[in-house]
Design a protein around this ligand. Structure first.
Ligand SMILES: [Zn+2]
Length: 461
């Protein structure tokens, strides 16, 4: 436990001092005794003052011990960095420390506030910075005040713009992150992606035409029965930056810009509309991405990425579909594992994750959906081949969590490798981003020409 570590250090310093100085009479406290750090410090100071050694070496040790006793902070745990990710879906506050963060959270009403007590934490610059990190447009936090509340406790008070559902949880170190305490502030009524879809596109769904008999696709007689809804999923976001290029580009930013371009192109088509799983810099758990697509009864799901690869010279675009069994290649397996770890980096509350998982896994066979994912993937891959070299000439398959909708053909497009310096440069180029987006659009259109959306979606909801 964090608080006990320093007293123990103090005790061993005192014990060492006593051994060397010959001080006796009182035994050192056992390590890990429940005495508060303040008590340990006071008694240790008394000990240090009582015995005055004569030798130079002893004097030096004496000084070291004193410095340790007087100079060392009583609570050593520190918040080393803080981040706030505001978004309509939820606002996340992240506090990061080198050791586990102990905390208590409670809400206060009239006006609505969220109070977080950080125990055994020293007030530090990173905490002070939080006061200025609240964005004006934050949907949930109005102001944030942080200060020392009582010895060893730092209190954060979040003045809220509205009543929220708050969730607090800790995350273990992963990648470049240490221990994290995460506070998620959700609206009481979650935003409805379908309403957002209709509003954002500025188009009302067309009244459905006469249903095609038996809901059988007839490629010989393509007929658009209704508007096709495409969910575009910009990979990563917020706490999870995704891959990083050598020139500092972040995958999460590139995926969002390409996805926005693609959305604009889709919305400009007469019979298509698009929804982004995220339209800001915040993390959306993989299952939530799938869930959003299902809630809007999406016809297709396209996840956009620009990953790094084991080999820096790897280049080219690739397209992936779900595999229920084995990955089609070692690289596909490796990449799927890395993508699925996004939840660990981005930070998912286990309770919430399980809820979504349970919901999505009551599926039937995914075989038919995977077959259509491969067809969609082939169309998109063919178009990407016109604007970039292909990493693999066929659609690869692996167990990507984000592709697990049982009823929506889903693909993951690796636009290019951000780890390849040439490709990183191009990924930042407006014209090239446009080309990539247009190639994905053409692939989607080619697929839809052969497999128009059914009068009512396949889903069994
Ligand atoms: Zn990625």
């Amino acid at each position: 436990m964090a608080e006990l570590r320093l007293p123990r250090l103090l005790q061993s310093a005192v014990a060492l001092y006593r051994r060397v100085a010959g001080a006796s009479g009182r035994s050192a406290r056992p390590a890990g005794s429940p005495h508060s750090p303040a008590i340990s410090r006071r008694s240790a100071q008394r000990d240090a003052h009582r015995a005055v050694p004569g030798g130079r070496v002893l004097a030096r040790i004496h000084l070291v011990a004193l410095a340790l006793l007087l100079g060392a902070p009583l609570v050593q745990a520190q918040i080393v960095s803080t981040r706030i990710w505001p978004a309509k879906d939820y606002t996340r506050v992240t506090l990061e420390s080198k050791s586990e963060i102990k905390y208590e959270v409670f809400t206060v009403k009239n006006p609505d506030r969220l109070v977080v007590d950080l125990e055994g934490i020293e007030y530090s610059a990173a905490i002070a910075e939080l006061n200025n990190k609240v964005a004006a447009g934050d949907p949930y936090i109005d102001k944030l005040r942080a200060g020392r509340n009582r010895p060893g406790v730092v209190r954060l008070v979040l003045d809220l713009k509205t009543e929220v559902k708050a969730q607090a949880f800790t995350l273990k170190p992963i990648g470049e992150y240490g221990h994290r305490l995460v506070l998620d502030l959700y609206p009481l009524v979650p935003p409805d992606p379908l309403a957002a879809l209709i509003e954002a596109a500025g188009k009302q769904p067309r009244p459905e035409e006469t249903p095609i008999a038996g809901e059988v696709t007839r490629p010989d007689k393509p007929k658009v029965a209704r508007m096709a809804t495409i969910v575009i999923d910009p990979g990563h976001g917020g706490e999870d930056p995704g891959a990083r290029g050598r020139r500092g580009s972040l995958e999460k930013e590139i995926t969002l810009t390409i996805a926005r371009r693609l959305k604009a192109m889709i919305d400009a088509e007469p019979n298509m509309r698009a929804l982004l799983t995220r339209d800001a810099d915040y993390y959306v758990p993989l299952q939530v991405r799938v869930d959003k697509a299902r809630r809007v009864k999406a016809d297709l799901f396209v996840s956009v990425h620009a990953d790094a690869f084991i080999k820096p010279h790897a280049r080219g675009s690739s397209v992936f579909a779900l595999s229920e069994r084995r990955a089609t290649s070692e690289a596909a397996r490796w990449l799927a594992k890395k993508e699925n770890e996004a939840d660990l980096v981005g930070g998912v509350n286990i309770d919430v994750k399980d809820k979504y998982l349970a919901q999505t896994l009551l599926d039937l066979s995914q075989t038919a959906t995977i077959d259509h994912s491969l067809r969609l993937g082939n169309s998109v891959l063919g178009e990407l081949g016109q604007v970039n070299t292909l990493h693999k000439a066929h659609v690869e398959q692996a167990s990507f969590a984000v592709l697990k909708s049982p009823d929506i053909p889903s693909i993951l497009v690796e636009t290019a490798f951000i780890s390849n310096p040439d490709e990183e440069k191009r990924l930042n180029d407006d014209a090239y981003q446009d080309k990539l987006a247009r190639a994905i659009l053409s692939g989607i259109k080619r697929y839809l020409a052969k497999h128009p959306p059914r009068p009512s979606p396949i889903a069994m909801r």
